[in-house]
Design a protein around this ligand. Structure first.
Ligand code: TPP
Ligand code: DXP
Ligand code: MG
Length: 585
């Protein structure tokens, strides 16, 4: 199909010149444009396809960028990006030096608020609306578009609760497609389903919170959305529009397999078929080592429970949810709840494995300190996606965990260098743990094909030497050990995998500091406050004066790109590590 309309549209101003009758065709073109590019460049797909009509209607009716539009999470904003001046560079989406996969303030004036983590849009839009009111600007509209999974999170409710007692010009649009990445969960989901079916007998929740509620309306009927948005534009105070859409709309496979097509990787843009990688045997993904191992352990140990806040597929807890559903819980986008739920369970003798992406645990920091560590409850945090995650970029890199966890008393912190270490620590912790523990491991595949070996117990607080050499010792933590091994293969230096950031293996450290002239520390976390800082503190406390070089993530936000490219850009790839070590020898 020719992009007859899209060809001429580079901004919402151009869009507003179209006749309303042309908009359905424009929607088809925009969809195809996204499908064609995501098919080869990868990225989030289903969410953007589902809001094409809504995106067009919003920019058609509202005077963006003066009217402020915020996309919750932002993974559904590809149509918005293309419509707001980024059509020609959309093919660089999520790539090194290219545009971000999420709205970002320094990328466009149409991106009014940086997003990536869920459920922030209502608070941000409310803040902007209050600012407009205080400035005496009563003409501006402030619009938050939020999904059915994201609105169930505590933070979204906090925003609604506040907004309902204001008279600011705020429009919350619920894009209800009944699914997050995985199917939405919880009582609110049931409520929304009942509203859709027209079987809801109770008061409308949103009206009860003082919102002017309208809907549900068909989010693919562009005429209907435009007409409703025009009406709402004239209504004062907090308004709530409930829109029903289909995730993946317009691509058959994406509609039928919404979980897979959330972010499908490369696929055939014509047929929609996902390209299957060749059958070469590869090491497993760390998430699968977690997912399969917890099932194995939980079969034997009936006290084991699993928790995920809305990431059953991403964390691979889905395997336990399939086999032992009564002990595996998807609690929705509710990281804070997930942590305190785990604390409650641990207080009663259960053994909770609380699996949260490193970046999303940031949201539950107080719960980790106040509900878990302060009471010394033996919760097992499995922090997936630790380190650089790649194309999701700055909002999603799990690089702060070592630093933000290290200062918490009682907490044990472990990072496996490979799949076997992960498997063994998962085994060890259910044998009886007196403290909480954080186990952090990266996105993607490990290094060991034959990973499913017999369990063996790991001694808490013990590091190991994995290569012997002279003069210089490299101390690493976690899976960055692979880069170190490659870097020093031909060098006469020692390599220690310290494994535990807390408690540090001080016995081993004394040995190292007495034996080697130079120490190099390497971590895939921020250098301010992480593993390297811990070693510097150890040296200072014990009067060691050996020169220590700290390698890790520098003190700035790392953007998007492949993990290899990003590691290279901050000298954490094996070649750069090698050069830096040689310069010290
Ligand atoms: C705090 C936080 N937790 C988890 C995620 C991972 N995540 C990204 S999108 C998503 C589902 C969002 O679902 P919904 O709000 O319904 O939007 P849809 O994808 O259906 O458009 C989740 C869980 C996140 N981005 N932020
Ligand atoms: C938008 C979002 O937060 C998720 O879709 C995230 O991109 C998932 O990351 P993984 O691909 O690492 O599971
Ligand atoms: Mg949804």
């Amino acid at each position: 199909m020719q992009n007859n309309l899209l060809e001429h549209i580079n901004s919402p101003k151009d869009l507003r010149l179209l006749n309303p009758k042309e908009l359905p065709q424009f929607a088809r073109e925009l969809r195809n444009f996204i499908i064609n590019i995501v098919a080869t460049k990868e990225g989030h797909l289903g969410a953007s396809l589902g809001v094409i009509e809504l995106t067009i209607a919003l920019h058609y009716v509202f005077n963006t960028p003066e009217d402020l539009l915020i996309w919750d999470v932002g993974h559904q904003a590809y149509g918005h990006k293309i419509l707001t001046g980024r059509k020609e560079i959309f093919h660089t989406n999520r790539q090194l030096g290219g545009i971000s996969g999420f709205p970002k303030r320094d990328e466009s004036e149409y991106d009014t608020f940086g997003v990536g983590h869920a459920s922030t849009s209502i608070s941000a839009a409310l803040g902007m609306a209050i600012a407009s009111q205080l400035k005496g600007d009563f003409s501006k509209n402030h619009i938050a578009v939020i999904g059915d999974a994201s609105i169930a999170s505590g933070m979204a409710f906090e925003g609604l609760n506040h907004a309902g007692v204001t008279n600011v010009n705020l429009l919350v649009i619920l894009n209800d497609n009944a699914i997050g990445i995985d199917p939405s969960v919880g009582a609110l989901k049931q409520y929304l389903t009942n509203v859709k079916k027209g079987t809801q007998k109770q008061d409308n929740i949103f009206e009860a919170l003082n919102f002017d509620y309208s809907g549900p309306i068909n989010g693919h009927d562009i005429e209907a959305i435009i007409s409703e948005l025009k009406r709402l534009k004239k209504v004062k105070g907090p308004k709530f529009l409930h829109v029903i859409t289909t995730k993946g709309k317009g691509l058959k496979q994406a509609e039928e397999n919404q979980v897979k097509y959330h972010a499908p990787g490369k696929f055939d843009s014509k047929t929609g078929e996902i390209f299957v990688k060749s059958e070469t045997v590869e090491p497993p993904k760390y998430q699968d080592v977690f997912g399969y191992t917890i099932v194995e352990l939980a079969r034997e140990n009936k006290n084991i429970v699993g928790i995920t806040p809305a990431m059953p597929t991403g964390s691979s807890l889905k395997y336990m949810m399939e086999e032992i559903p009564e002990r595996a819980f998807d609690v929705g986008i509710a990281e804070q709840h997930a942590v305190t739920l785990a604390a409650g369970m641990a207080s009663q003798g259960l053994i909770p494995y609380c699996n949260i992406y490193s970046t999303f645990l940031q949201r539950a920091y107080d719960q980790v300190i106040h509900d878990v560590a302060l009471q010394n409850l033996p919760v097992i945090f499995c922090l997936d996606r630790a380190g650089l995650v790649g194309e999701d970029g700055a909002t999603h890199h799990g690089v702060f965990d070592l630093a933000y966890l290290r200062c918490i008393p009682n907490l044990i912190i472990f990072a496996p260098r490979n799949e076997i270490e992960l498997r063994n620590i998962l085994y060890t912790v259910q044998l009886g743990l007196t403290n909480p523990i954080a186990i952090r491991y990266p996105r993607g595949r490990g290094v060991t094909i034959d990973w499913k070996q017999h369990f063996s117990k790991i001694e808490i607080g013990k590091g190991v030497q994995i290569k012997k050499g002279n003069i210089l010792a490299v101390l690493s933590i976690g899976s960055i050990a692979k880069n170190v091994s490659e870097a020093i293969e031909e060098l006469n230096v020692s390599h220690y995998d310290m494994r535990f950031l807390k408690p540090l293996d001080e016995f081993l450290l004394h040995e190292i500091f007495q034996k080697y002239q130079h120490i190099v520390t390497i971590e895939d976390g921020v250098i301010k406050g992480g593993f390297g800082s811990a070693i510097l503190e150890f040296a200072s406390e014990n009067g060691y004066t050996n020169p220590i070089k700290v390698l890790g993530i520098p003190d700035n936000f790392i953007q998007h790109g492949s993990v290899d490219q990003l590691q290279k850009s901050i000298q954490l790839n094996s070649e750069s590590i090698k050069k830096q070590i040689i310069s010290l020898l």
